[in-house]
Design a protein around this ligand. Sequence first.
Ligand code: SAM
Ligand code: DTB
Ligand code: SF4
Length: 358
Amino acid sequence: MGISRLISRRTEQSSGKKKLNIQTAHDMNIKTIEFVRPVKLSTSPQRWNVKEIKALFELPFADLMFQAQQVHRDHFDPNAVQLSTLLSIKTGGCSEDCGYCPQSAFHSSGVENRKMLEVNEVVKAAMVAQQNGADRFCMGAAWREPSDEDMANVVEMVKAVRGLGMETCATLGMLNDTQAEQLRAAGLDYYNHNLDTSPEFYGDIISTRDYQDRLDTLERVRNAGMNVCSGGIVGMGENLTERAGLIAQLANLDPYPESVPINNLVKVEGTPLANAEDIDPLDFVRTIAVARITMPSARVRLSAGRQQMSDAIQALCFLAGANSIFYGEQLLTTGNPDAERDRALLDKLGMYPFAEKH
Ligand code: SAM
Ligand code: DTB
Ligand code: SF4
């Protein structure tokens, strides 16, 4: 059924004028979704194919946003945002060649190699983050994979941060089964490991490990019983099919990740992607909306790239279903809006940190 027919079916004659019956808007929205893509009741683990996801990307902007809002409101308080603070616990000198990353030893970005932080330094940073209102603390390391010695330190960090009453997340590269189990036993709530892009485009960006390695790590995290945080980067020169391919991979994980960071490439001088063409900001918003629709109950994080984004685009991202941000003036090696600017933005939008009201 066409949208216009749906709307006219839901209108009433009143004083000679057609009036939209607000009470039935919810019902109407669902029908609009059916109009765009028939609801699937199949139990197949392949929930979405790339063609269907591409079709979502190609919807008129307002239709896409409408669907995303509907799905968002069905699953979350639409005005609550989860705040996650990042800390680089081991910076630079990484043996992988990820084309976007300033921490790769293959590139000359000027990022200094630093040894791993001490447990007490990490705890101090977590306490500051907590005082500033963050509810999740994410520890990131520039490793291909952690060594046994690294793991012993990370386990202490996780226990200590958890002891503060914060949710914990770590991103340390590839894990084996034993390491995944160690992290779970330490109380790690989320493990972040991004697929980054589609399988087809992946080889253009990274050559030192393959896509299957990433999927294997995600499976180990899942099997160990931790929440999965996995997303990707847009704006690396991928085409629409490849962008849709990333979302399809994430959405078809069974189950899909609890947390989905969508990063807008931060172009760092000295990396192979320093001169990548900017993605149209509205296409970034579309990516958030498509992630929301295809992974309805996931936290979709408006991740890296916010410092370069206007308030208006960020507001559209929230409208598209983003409900988590990195909070604090530093990501890993690059900048992020400072806490004051974010507080002001949330206030302006009538939004609030999730932890304050839930
Ligand atoms: N070394 C570990 C790994 O790669 O799994 C963990 C840290 S790594 C920096 C975590 C993620 O940060 C990457 O997978 C990528 O998605 C994101 N990232 C790195 N550099 C970025 C950039 N310049 N812009 C946007 N996202 C970036
Ligand atoms: C994620 O998806 N984005 C974060 C976090 N997970 C680890 C990292 C963004 C890094 C941006 C570049 C930098 O600051 O080095
Ligand atoms: Fe290393 Fe992670 Fe950067 Fe890749 S993204 S170079 S694995 S720190």
